[in-house]
Design a protein around this ligand. Structure first.
Ligand code: ADP
Ligand code: MG
Length: 745
């Protein structure tokens, strides 16, 4: 009797001790937070942004004009004018209760960085004043020696500076009651090397502008500027904060390294576009409001396929602003989630066995005459312009597929690419049946010798078939990593935590380079006396022939496609360390150097940084797997093992024969096997890590981590741990289970 009371207390203790059971208990009382939003979106939209309209109000004519021209053409701002702008900006910020300012930038760590300084300062006689001068606006020197530089800044010269990027407007970040004026900046070393995501993006966008304007001028002399447009779609998961806190793996790595699939998964497909759960809904409305104040034009919200997975998307914007807005939003989403006792998981693969999260990058180009270069035109001339940019994109992706693949490579994205509902690591382009036929027609009907019949091709009426075209491209193929969706390409292989700047820098660069080559070839033919339109048509035809093997309309998730892609000679690099090789080939170095995006040493530095990030992430995951197995899982399994062993011994002692405890014995055998295997493997995994850590070459080390730690152990250790989860008494199990993380709200 006494014994059973003791046992009962033990169980009760366990329950109160366990974060898991506390989390489950508290869920019942966790109501959806109240979010008041009665105003129309337009009344708050951009209220925390120093827009040109605000600038008009707070700046002198001279300062305003100067700001306007530097926003449009990145012209340098004179020091005296910078002072005036700074004074106006401070006046605006103070009118909104701001006390501090910061240069806001996007270092290669993958998060955003800020260091706050107050407007408050003391004059030499000790008088306290508030000030913000032009110098502080234009340039700052953060102590940035601990940001990754890939060896670009030797330690004796660990200096980099942030420089104001007037193309992106300053904004006020509200955290609790604190308000900070954030100045978007680029981050460069004193030697002129870029140390962030933003500087190369601006260069690549400019390169594409030049190349695209040149090509546009074949069709329309009035085009003076081509901007790149980006509309990202951000996928994410939401989990209860107490559940999150009870999962050390989520806290440390953003994903669950263990967890058996729950009985119900996403197989019923009842979550996609279903009604949004109330707590998540309140959270969304709250972060949307914060986003609107910051001028982020969010438009869409909906459930995704997996349980507790959602997506939001803004109206597209000029690429550099869109990149800033995505980085900002990821930050805002994280902060606002905590207000709701929720956590947002931006990781590419937080849960095994269900969909991961991506960040589709919808990309196009627009002229200053208001034409979307990837929208089929209404007349033969605009049709040809569309066809030119369309085919050049395909050619660029074909020629530089390896570099594009490298631009989305990361440890977390490796878990996603090729897994549930995610594009494979093979870069292919989907264009839909209708445009496939158009390209086929061009290929067949434009002859090698150029003659008048070729002109008939110019009359293909793409526009008339637009409804057909849109049907063709919006609804179908979700399995392609790079799909044409009616009036833009959608790069879907980008990971949900990624900074869009990197893939956009690469895409803009390869497009610029391809268009430059295109122009050279067309001009060559024109010089030989060919008519302009015919010359263009012939180069287009050549490009279709050269790059058609990258086109794929079928199921990108299928095994058959892997085989087919191999036959076609398309690269299929599945792991990050090897995918990153493409950043430092002679081909890549020539590409980036000749377009003034990266010098050789900048590319090598970035390569090194990406490898190091990979190593650290795999290392941390491996450590947390070991720790959890040793301190959470095995103790629970062993307790249950002991209970079973005692039970069998007791029955035996009582003189019962084997049939009475046969089942217990079988369970005990299974548990013992999984305990031993898991524990052995964890030991071996630690040894493998030790071997990796003595390697000095970063690439070798990354490959070793990938093959001898991650590939050799992660799935195997997990297999045994997940089996134990099913076998061990539920109340002994401290880690919230998938059903609790994904279905309890
Ligand atoms: P879906 O791809 O889910 O069907 P939409 O086609 O509406 O959704 O658009 C997805 C994203 O593509 C949105 O962010 C939208 O603003 C963006 N988008 C639409 N047109 C363009 C364009 N010309 N350039 C860049 N992005 C665009
Ligand atoms: Mg889309």
């Amino acid at each position: 009797m006494e014994f059973s009371i003791e046992l009962h207390c033990f169980a009760e203790n366990l329950k109160t001790m366990s974060l898991r059971f506390n989390a489950i208990k508290n869920l019942a009382t966790n109501e959806a937070a109240r979010v008041e939003r009665s105003e129309k979106i337009t009344t708050v939209f951009g209220s925390n942004v120093f827009t040109l309209q605000t600038a008009r109000e707070f700046l002198s004519d001279e300062a305003y004009k100067s700001l306007l021209s530097s926003t449009k053409s990145s012209q340098k701002i004179e020091r005296a004018v910078a002072n005036q702008i700074a004074i106006g900006m401070r006046a605006w910020a103070e009118s909104k209760g701001v006390t501090h300012f910061t240069h806001w930038f996007q270092p290669l760590t993958g998060t955003t960085a800020e260091k706050h300084d107050s407007f408050f300062t003391l004059k030499s006689d000790g008088t306290a004043i508030e000030q913000f001068e032009g110098d502080a606006l234009v340039q700052q020197e953060p102590d940035a020696s601990s940001f990754p530089s890939g060896g670009l800044r030797a330690t004796f010269e660990a200096r980099g500076y942030t420089a104001w990027d007037p193309s992106s407007p300053p904004f006020i970040m509200e955290i609790g009651n604190g308000k900070t004026l954030c100045i978007p900046t680029i981050f460069v070393s004193y030697t002129g090397h870029s140390l962030d995501f933003k500087a190369p993006l601006l260069k690549a966008t400019e390169a594409l502008n030049k190349a695209a304007v040149d090509v546009c001028n074949y069709f329309d002399k009035n085009v003076n500027r081509v901007t790149v447009t980006l509309g990202w779609e951000q996928e994410y998961f939401v989990v209860d904060e107490a559940m999150f806190n009870a999962r050390p793996d989520l806290v440390m790595t953003g994903r669950t390294v263990y967890g058996h699939s729950s009985a119900k998964n996403q197989q019923l497909e009842d979550h996609y576009f279903g009604s949004i759960p109330e707590r998540s809904y309140a959270y969304m409305r709250d972060f949307e409001t914060e986003a609107y104040k910051l001028g982020i034009p969010l438009r869409t919200r909906h459930n995704e396929v997996a349980p507790s997975q959602f997506e939001c998307a803004p109206i597209f914007e000029e690429v550099s602003l869109a990149v800033d807005h995505n980085s900002l939003l990821m930050d805002v989403m994280d902060r606002v989630a905590r207000r709701h006792n929720l956590r947002v998981l931006l990781h590419e693969k937080p849960f095994a066995g269900i969909n991961g999260s991506g960040k589709h990058n919808n990309w196009s180009m627009a002229t200053d005459t208001g034409i979307n270069l990837l929208a089929p035109g209404k007349t033969p001339k605009t049709n040809l312009m569309f066809l030119t940019f369309f085919v050049n994109t395909i050619k660029a992706v074909h020629d530089y597929a390896d570099i594009l693949r490298a631009s989305i490579a990361s440890a977390p994205n490796d878990h996603r690419l090729g897994a549930n509902e995610a594009p494979p690591a093979i870069i292919s382009v989907f264009i839909g049946q209708y445009l496939s036929k158009v390209l086929q027609d061009v290929k067949e009907r434009v002859s090698d010798k150029m003659d008048e019949t070729d002109e008939s091709m110019l009359k293909i009426d793409i526009h008339r078939s637009i409804p057909e075209l849109l049907m063709d491209n919006t609804d179908r193929n979700r399995t392609s990593p790079f799909a044409f969706t009616g009036n833009k390409f959608e790069f879907r292989a980008v990971g949900s935590t990624a900074n869009c700047a990197n893939p956009m820098t690469v895409l803009n660069t390869i497009m610029a380079d391809t268009l430059k080559q295109f122009k050279k070839e067309v001009d060559g033919l024109i010089e030989k006396g060919e008519k302009k339109e015919i010359a263009i048509m012939h180069v287009i035809r050549q490009y279709i022939v050269d790059s058609e093997k990258v086109l794929f309309e079928g199921d990108g998730y299928s095994q058959a496609w892997e085989k087919e892609a191999e036959k076609r000679g398309l690269p299929n690099v599945k792991t990050t360390p090897l995918a990153l090789d493409a950043m430092v080939t002679d081909k890549a170095k020539n590409l980036f150097e000749s377009n003034n995006i990266y010098s050789h040493s900048e590319l090598e530095a970035r390569h090194e940084i990406e490898l190091e990030k990979y190593i650290k992430k795999v290392q941390i995951e491996s450590r947390i797997m070991g720790e959890l197995a040793t301190s959470h899982i095995l103790p629970a399994a062993i307790r249950y093992q002991t209970l079973l062993a005692n039970n069998i011994a007791g029955l035996k002692e009582a003189g019962l024969n084997e049939s009475a405890y046969n089942n217990q014995k079988q369970i005990l055998e299974k548990i013992s096997e999984h305990i031993n295997k898991a524990s052995d493997m964890v030991e071996k995994m630690i040894d493998a890590r030790k071997k990796c850590n003595v390697l000095t070459d970063t690439r070798e080390k990354a490959i070793a981590y990938q093959s001898t730690v991650k590939d050799a152990f992660f799935d195997q250790v997990r297999y045994h741990v997940d089996k134990l989860e099913l076998l061990v008494d539920d109340k002994e199990w401290y880690l919230p289970k998938y059903r609790e993380l994904l279905f309890l709200r």
